[in-house]
Design a protein around this ligand. Sequence first.
Ligand SMILES: *Cc1c(COP(=O)(O)O)cnc(C)c1O
Length: 482
Amino acid sequence: MSTLLDKISNLEKKSAALEPSAAERETYLSQIGKYSGNFIDGLAARNTFSNTQANADKLKIDGVKKDLPTLLNLYTKEVIDHGLIPSSGGHIGYIPGGGLFLSAIGDFLADISNEYAGMYFGSPGAVTIENELINWMKKVFRFPETAVGNLTSGGSIANLIALTAARDKHGIKNDKIETSVIYLSPQVHHCIHKALRIIGLEDIIVRELELDEHSRIRPDLLKKHLEVDRIAGLHPFMIIASAGTTDTGAVDPLDEIGDIAHAHEMWYHIDGAYGGFFILTDRANEKFKGIEKADSLVIDPHKGLFLPYGLGAVLVKDKESLFHSHHYTANYMQDANNPDLPLNPADVSPELTKHFRGLRLWLPLQIHGIEPFIACLEEKLYLTDYFRDALAKRGFELGPKPDLSVSYFWYPSKKTDQNAFNQKLIELIHEDGRIFLSSTKLNGKQVIRMAILSFRTKKETIDVCVEMIERCLAKTKVFFGE
Ligand SMILES: *Cc1c(COP(=O)(O)O)cnc(C)c1O
């Protein structure tokens, strides 16, 4: 007996290190507070991109204890200093967001209390916060009160959940797969194709629709395809539209497509991961007409509401279709399964235990109120105009006036192959690194993309960017002897 008590007491002493003392906690908080402050205050002055590698040896786990200042130093040298700085306003490639400070505080609080946000029984408060955020989004996107939804880790999982619901609602399995048809834009985000493979629809027929000159789906051609497929005895079952494509920011004609989907009794899915929250702005609101016709909708607060990575959302009108794959009753869960309780996040998502991610959105929305979010989104739309004007003045050619805040441009070199010229130009922009832009190919044409969505991107950022581009353009001309 005494050896057992000795053992426990001995282990207790060693394991006590996992609970820092009040004084140690204060020290950690003060160190991390200073570090965070310096990091944020230094963002505007530092480069956004560095094409260098992390040293894996330095980051290896050796099981030996170290102190926080040493590790923060390591974090700067091996993590922050390489690749992209997504929290910087200078990130105007891919789809940025920034990373609100108060979301970090929300995450901190969620982690300290470690509330269980998977089942209402475990944390009625945390689950209510998540359900209230879904209710708020339902209002924003004019979805009915009966719709349900889930806060996911991002847009990819949100799309996966929505497409699973569509599949289950229409019973697309076994011999139905090869004769069922999905209609979508070739500009649809690649996570849609991934999701189709994951949910067993790899062999379904996918019709990539022709687009208009603004890269939007043409409803007339959609109708034509549908008729042809119906006559051929196929089973059109889903239309996927985008409320802001990743490549060009195009918003498909949501209203018209919705009418077509309903007339043909098809599932209508809208991916608004990038653009959805622009519905809040006066300037772009009109473009989202008909979004409420969707059966399922994806939005990404870690883009359009400027949160740090880790929050997407899906709304689905038909609860049963969402429950079909995700709802589960296990014996060890019997205390938590009460049909009279509010919706459990675990019943509409592949996840059971999960991070209480709602708090990272709830806290900033409550502290800031909605107004600065709307102003910031509207500001991004006008900064896009400002940037495009500046580029046009410097001899660049521009893609069509964008629906939202993603656009593209290229330099129309007369002497050099244009793709080679613009490829070199983007390489020099990445080498410079002050501001990060990305590139893409549209119909075989090499173009440079701008995506203005970080809450930290300001007029001043665009001015630095234009100056950087001018410098890189001059160097590109020298390189090709122009
Ligand atoms: C970013 C994006 C996605 C994927 O979302 P993640 O949050 O990166 O998983 C899907 N669709 C669109 C239109 C996007 O912009």
